[in-house]
Design a protein around this ligand. Structure first.
Ligand SMILES: Cc1cc2nc3c(=O)[nH]c(=O)nc-3n(C[C@H](O)[C@H](O)[C@H](O)COP(=O)(O)O)c2cc1C
Ligand code: SF4
Length: 419
């Protein structure tokens, strides 16, 4: 099966910023179709596609779009989350640099559907040259009548897209922190509710979706929601861009149909190709640093889809799979994960700000063999407090990987307790 649906143009465009090249490979046909159909029909197709957001939380796109559509307040804003801060995740980078018009077309369809005049794309600051490519793509889209005034001859369809550069803070990928950053405020998460579809950018109804989520919109409209869903599973439609890294033989980005057996992803010659070292698999960290860790006995026969992963307390998250062979101590690995969270906590809530440091120290004491008999239960206690008392997704997910390791590798922690 040819799995290339949203990566089909990757590497095939001489200048990815060129509208004419994108059009020559089937681009800008979905927006042509969208302006000729009832808006409700667009929503129906997104519903049927069972497209779950690709940014990490797997929130159903149809549900989010309905919520915004039903809000009678205007203006509405469209925001594309291209912060891509989750370690081990590099798929949005590929879309932005190798097929930027697919993202622009997705944002354009959203602009038309929600009668928004302004769209923003918040691109990770480190992607400086990609920002330049994306700007050239936006300029070419405007010159060809896909952005600006009375787009495609539709009176009143006025829409612009502006790039906003991130500045290296992981927390600014959290949707409300990102809106604060776009507004020029400190990039710290807002208290939720309210939902961003009610009170978002400049306190107006706002749509925030990930790069890959937007790039899927033209695909869904072109092939029809039902056909798109059928590429994946019943509750998780389509394909996904996944990022393989760590001790795997073939590191990189791959497009796979949702519902593929995990074994094929890790060991299939077309995909991961197995462990580079030839050693057995130790564990896989799914969805970046904030996601769960899966151990071999949990992964047997696993199908890579939202519902199957969830049934085993795992998650797809951002699509990252950090694969470690059995030479790695999971406790040491977690100590370094915690170093990342200390650095990235925005400091607004005490349990997250101080808790990440305390967790790092405690994990370090296990690694050094200095942990005492009480420290495993102290560790579990701390995880509960940080999760329950942190106000945003960053603090709430700090404990995820540590909990998985304690549940499945308690003996490894216990073996490190000193006397
Ligand atoms: C700390 C943190 C960082 C995040 N970083 C990103 C990111 O870099 N890119 C992204 O699309 N979503 C990120 N998210 C998720 C967003 O808050 C939001 O759910 C997403 O952009 C919605 O788009 P989607 O529904 O299309 O997935 C992050 C969430 C948290 C809590
Ligand atoms: S949980 Fe952490 S990152 Fe989130 S707002 Fe609180 S301090 Fe900031």
């Amino acid at each position: 099966m040819n799995n290339k649906i949203i990566s089909k143009r990757f590497g095939k465009l001489t200048d990815p910023a060129s509208v004419s090249e994108y059009r020559a490979m089937g681009g800008y046909t979905a927006i042509q179709q969208a302006i000729l159909t009832e808006k409700e029909h667009i929503l129906e197709e997104i519903d049927k596609a069972m497209l779950l957001g690709r940014g990490g939380a797997s929130y159903p796109m149809g549900r989010k779009w309905h919520h915004l559509y039903e809000n009678p307040r205007f203006p509405k804003y469209i925001v594309c989350n291209a912060d891509e801060g989750e370690p081990g995740t590099f798929k949005d980078k590929a879309l932005l640099s190798l097929d930027p018009h697919s993202v622009i077309e997705g944002m354009l369809i959203a602009g038309y559907l929600f009668s928004a005049d302004e769209g923003f794309i918040y691109i990770r600051g480190e992607y400086r040259t990609i920002q330049e490519t994306f700007q050239r793509a936006l300029d070419d889209a405007e010159q060809n009548g896909y952005l600006g005034q009375d787009i495609l001859g539709v009176k009143g369809f006025n829409y612009t897209i502006t790039i906003v550069s991130g500045a290296g803070a992981y927390v600014c990928g959290e949707n409300s922190a990102m809106l604060n950053s776009i507004e020029g405020l400190t990039g710290r998460p807002r208290v939720k509710p309210p939902h961003l579809a009610d009170i978002g950018l400049h306190k107006q109804p706002t749509l925030v979706n990930n790069v890959e989520s937007f790039a899927n919109v033209p695909v869904v409209l072109n092939m029809g929601g039902e056909a798109y869903r059928a590429l994946g599973t019943e509750k998780d439609g389509g394909t996904r861009l996944i990022c393989l890294s760590g001790h795997i033989k073939n590191r990189g980005m791959f497009e796979i149909p949702l519902g593929m057996p995990l074994d094929e992803i890790i060991y299939g010659e077309e995909y991961g190709g197995g462990m580079a070292s030839g050693k057995p698999l130790g564990f896989i960290h799914f969805g970046g640093q904030s996601g769960p860790i899966g151990f071999p006995e949990q992964l047997e026969g696993l199908i890579y889809s939202y519902e199957e992963m969830r049934a085993r307390s795992l998650a797809i998250g951002s699509g990252a799979l950090v694969v470690m062979d059995d030479s790695v101590s999971v406790v040491e690995y977690l100590e370094s994960v915690m170093g990342f969270f200390i650095h990235e906590s925005c400091g607004k809530c005490t349990p997250c700000r101080l808790g990440t440091t305390r967790l790092h120290e405690l994990l370090g004491s296990f690694v050094k063999g200095r942990a005492g008999q009480e420290d495993l239960s102290r560790l579990e206690n701390m995880l509960t407090h940080i999760t329950n008392l942190s106000s945003c997704g960053l603090g709430q997910s700090v404990a995820t990987s540590v909990r998985c390791a304690i549940r499945h590798r308690r003996n490894e922690f216990a073996a490190l307790i000193g006397n």
